[in-house]
Write a protein of this length. Structure first.
Length: 469
């Protein structure tokens, strides 16, 4: 074969290889919320999107691929939506894909390929075939010091607990206006039925000045003190939470103070709280920095505030175990966004879990689930599987990073049928305990209550299902 024919043959082989690579079919790997996501396009025209961290993102269906137009469409998916897509292959073999989700039959294709932070419906993926490199990036080898063991031991002390909501949290959502005195016997009964701790949801922001030094009302401190003292005397561990804070973990703000000043106010609150409780036992009293930091704050600002709050608390409470929630509303799938001071190991990481949402929040307008009614949870293997996968992800994250985990909220609204609630709450407590998580059920009062305040009786079938004793 002469040189001309050799070069021609090589060119054909190279072109063939390039054409073979230029296909969307097969498996692609990328990141979503700093966790692994897998997109699979099969030869039979079906696709799947699977998130390692969040089963709620998982969808399947059929796809339509147009090579000439460089488009991928998902006419109908298992989440009831469709998507119009645009893609491009990159010289390094990676794939950029934009999918604009919406109602089937009324989809608008993205105009360009690439990130679009301004759109809530346009999802951008940067994908490769190299799963191993992404996994190595997500799970870097970490040196976990022996001192990390203390937080794990303290987490066991929290055990299976309950949120003491609507007592000092000041929430004004419909059905939560119970912010009312609580008899000491009611607090003691929490321990008597088998709970090991309470997460005390406190709205400090409504009981403090709006001018520096943002002094907390002494009378409100005394009210919180009484609850803490009775709970500790009853043998319960107590996590003091920073709940319902305008600008920072709630939508909307407060005309009395700017957003930036609210961050300074939060720092001041924790300095006051740390000094107030500095003589309480480190073994039984915990500080929970902020409930569900909102998306407006974002992960970067929350990480900045975590460092500031720890720096504020540590000189006053050097041995106190601090509980830190995840950014963007405390979701389990945002664990990888957390960034802690390198020398700080006396921390418990908190996430919240309420999936499947249309079961746990059925009928609640504030949760955009008012049209969801009479949704049962039967506890089938199919229903359990996505939850177990989510919790497995959390467990893997905790083990990789050397951090104990607290499922700080989980629950099912009391308008759901009792049998479904029993199955779900029992399963969630068992699954979290099996993975070494502490947990706090939401909640003590309406609309997720498991104790009837009119009769004073606990809902015994739920307690039995949770196996607290």
């Amino acid at each position: 074969m002469n040189i001309k024919h050799t070069l021609l043959a090589a060119a054909v082989i190279l072109l063939s290889a390039c054409e073979k690579e230029q296909t969307i079919m097969g498996e692609w790997y990328g990141l979503r919320d700093k966790a692994l996501v897998t997109l699979s396009f099969d030869e039979d025209g079906t696709f799947s999107i699977t998130s390692e961290s969040n089963s709620n993102y998982d969808i399947q269906g059929n796809y339509v691929w147009d090579k000439s137009a460089m488009t991928v469409d998902l006419p109908q998916t298992t989440n009831g939506m469709g998507a119009a897509g645009l893609y491009r292959f990159n010289p390094d073999g990676t794939l950029d894909l934009n999918l604009n989700f919406g109602r089937p039959g009324n989809l608008e294709r993205p105009l360009t390929v690439g990130p679009d932070p301004s759109s809530y419906t346009n999802t951008y993926f940067h994908l490769s075939r190299d799963k191993a490199s992404l996994e190595a990036e997500l799970n870097p080898k970490q040196d976990i010091p022996a001192e990390a063991a203390l937080a794990f031991e303290r987490n066991k002390r929290l055990g299976a607990g309950i949120n003491l909501n609507a007592v000092v949290d000041g929430n004004l959502h419909p059905g939560y206006e119970c912010d009312a005195p609580l008899a000491d016997d009611e607090i003691r009964s929490i321990a008597e039925v088998g709970f090991k701790s309470i997460r005390l949801d406190v709205c400090w922001a409504k009981h403090a000045s709006f001018e520096y030094p943002y002094t907390i009302d002494p009378a409100f401190f005394a009210k919180v003190d009484h609850i803490v003292d009775v709970a500790l005397d009853a043998g319960l561990a107590v996590s003091i939470d920073q709940h319902y804070y305008p600008y920072i973990n709630m939508g909307g703000g407060d005309d009395n103070i700017s957003e930036n000043d609210n961050y300074e106010r939060l720092v001041s609150f924790w300095e006051q709280i740390a000094r107030h409780y500095k003589d309480y036992s480190d073994e039984t009293l915990f500080f929970d920095l902020l409930n569900e930091p909102n998306p407006h704050m974002g992960a970067d600002k929350w990480n900045e505030m975590i460092a500031r709050l720890i720096k504020t608390i540590r000189p006053i409470n050097p041995g106190r175990t601090i509980i830190v929630g995840t950014p963007n509303l405390g979701q389990h799938w945002t664990l990888n966004y957390l960034d802690f001071p390198k020398d700080e190991w006396n921390l418990i990481v908190e996430f919240h879990y309420y999936l499947p949402h249309l079961f746990t929040h059925q009928g609640l307008a504030y949760a955009m689930a008012e049209q969801s009614k009479d949704v049962a949870w039967s506890g089938t293997e199919e229903e359990k599987a996505p939850i177990l996968r989510d919790l497995d992800y959390c467990q893997k994250w905790g083990e990789t990073h050397g951090r104990p985990l607290n499922m700080g909220e989980y629950g099912a609204v009391n308008t759901a049928d009792e049998a479904s609630r029993c199955r779900y709450l029992g399963f969630m407590r068992e699954a979290s305990e099996a993975r070494g998580f502490s947990s706090h059920l939401w909640g003590y009062r309406e609309p997720f209550m498991i104790r009837d305040e009119k009769t004073g009786e606990w809902i015994q079938p739920i307690l039995d299902a949770m196996k607290l004793k």
